[in-house]
Design a protein around this ligand. Structure first.
Ligand code: SF4
Ligand code: SF4
Length: 442
């Protein structure tokens, strides 16, 4: 390993902008007066409501579920009364059926919430059931149901679990703080997933710009023979699944393939911490750590927020917006989604709320491609972003597909590096949507 740490090919070095919150301990957010809990916070089938308007609900009570395999149940984060079941905007940009609950402030815990006992006494199937029932999904943003990732087909032999502690996205510090403040949860959740997968090899990958987290996690796994901490080079997108797998194992996920094709499963720090909680207390995913930061929020913080709390309520606890609010983003600046309203709720995948002032929100005017090749050099997926983008703009989506557009992880590195400031990733996203639509039609 070089002294810079393990890494992947390509990548960029955007400014970190983490100083605002990296030393801010996680604080519990205030309880809002009302929560809006979407029934579709994950990749896969939406849930159906299993409560009705007028019902009293308690903390941790299941309020939405489905029989579909690729899905995750949804639970109430508060105690109170269901006042509405209706379509509401979510921070992913879609409008989905959501349960609106008026909070009673008592925070009574549901009888469904029961500790699951010691990990030593839990079998593989017990852990899978806990994962599914707790509504666990990837909490780094993508929202893939965790139990699906932990149920690979028979012919896919998994031999390594990699925990993503890279947190390479600028501004965000929620995973960093969780490693510093809940290291024992990270270790318990990691051990539980290793047991569910039947693997003997666990690695927690952390970027070298978090030396305190590396130190604490190394100490936390000192007596765990099968879990190691890997020091990763500080480079974006180090936390992308394929980049992380390559950095840790030197295995390359093939084009169109999945981590399981090279014997790996990747989980996020938030997901393993939530699993530890579900085992020790029985509490499903009802809250998450969110970094609220940027140049247009008065008091940046890391807050433990109840799922369903509106962005505006969270921002209010951070002193509110400054006078020159420019842009509100769910997530970080590279992969986050811009919001046009702060009425949207925090969902399981909301790792951060980034609030930028007008100056920081300005988009430079694009000019013509000078064919410098920089976007090709840095693409972590080994793509030719300029060609995919060009074909997308010409609406030649078959051509874009032939340049492996579907392998794009939408990291935004190409747009960042482009000297002509071309909005490459935006055009590639359009191509991907068109290709998916065509595949569905066929
Ligand atoms: S980085 Fe920009 S200017 Fe350079 S080749 Fe790519 S698209 Fe063209
Ligand atoms: S083409 Fe996709 S994967 Fe490659 S740098 Fe651009 S956004 Fe990232």
């Amino acid at each position: 390993m070089s002294s810079k740490g393990l890494t992947f090919r390509g990548g960029i070095h955007p400014p970190h902008f983490k100083k605002q919150t990296e030393a801010s301990p996680i604080e519990e957010a205030f309880l809002p007066k009302e929560v809006v809990i979407p029934l579709h916070q994950h990749i896969g089938a939406p849930c159906e409501p299993i409560v009705k308007v007028g019902d009293n609900v308690k903390v941790g009570q299941k309020i939405g579920d489905t029989k579909a395999f690729v899905s995750a149940p949804v639970h109430s984060s508060v105690s109170g009364i269901v006042t509405k079941i209706a379509k509401r905007n979510t921070p992913t940009g879609s409008k989905v059926t959501s349960i609106v609950i008026q909070v009673d402030g008592k925070q009574e815990i549901s009888e469904e919430v029961q500790p699951k006992g010691d990990l030593e006494n839990l079998k593989k199937d017990d852990i899978l059931k806990i994962v599914k029932e707790a509504g666990l999904t990837g909490m780094g943003g993508a929202g893939f149901p965790t139990h699906v990732k932990l149920s690979p087909p028979e012919d896919k032999k998994i031999d390594i679990l990699i925990i993503n502690g890279a947190e390479c996205e600028p501004y965000l510090t929620s995973d960093h703080r969780m490693m510093l403040e809940y290291p024992e949860k990270v270790v318990l959740g990691t051990k539980a997933i290793m047991k569910a997968l039947g693997v003997e090899n666990g690695v927690i990958g952390i970027e070298k710009n978090k030396p305190d987290a590396i130190k604490i996690m190394k100490e936390a796994v000192k007596s765990e023979e099968n879990i190691k901490v890997a020091e990763l080079q500080t480079k974006y997108p180090q936390g992308g699944e394929k980049s992380l797998i390559y950095a840790v194992t030197k295995r390359e996920v093939p084009s169109g393939g999945l981590p399981m094709d090279v014997g790996a499963v990747v989980q996020n720090i938030g997901t393993v911490s939530a699993l530890a909680e579900a085992i020790t207390t029985g509490m499903p995913v009802i809250q998450r750590v969110v970094t609220i930061t940027g140049s247009a929020v008065k008091e940046p913080k890391n807050l433990l927020v109840k799922i369903g709390t509106r962005f505006k309520d969270v921002v209010e606890q951070c002193g509110g917006y400054t006078d020159d609010l420019g842009k509100l983003i769910n997530g970080g600046p590279m992969m986050g989604i811009a919001q046009y309203t702060d009425e949207v709720p925090v969902i399981k995948g909301t790792s951060g709320i980034l609030i930028l002032n007008k100056k920081d929100s300005e988009k430079p005017e694009p000019s013509n491609c000078i064919r410098c090749g920089k976007c090709v050099d840095i693409c972590p997926s080994g793509l030719q972003p300029l060609m995919i983008s060009k074909n997308s703009l010409l609406r030649k989506f078959d051509e874009a597909e032939s340049y492996n557009a579907m392998d794009c992880i939408e990291c935004g590195s190409c747009s960042f590096i482009c000297p002509s400031k071309r909005p490459l990733v935006d055009a590639i996203r359009v191509a991907k949507q068109e290709i998916i639509a065509k595949r569905k039609k066929n």
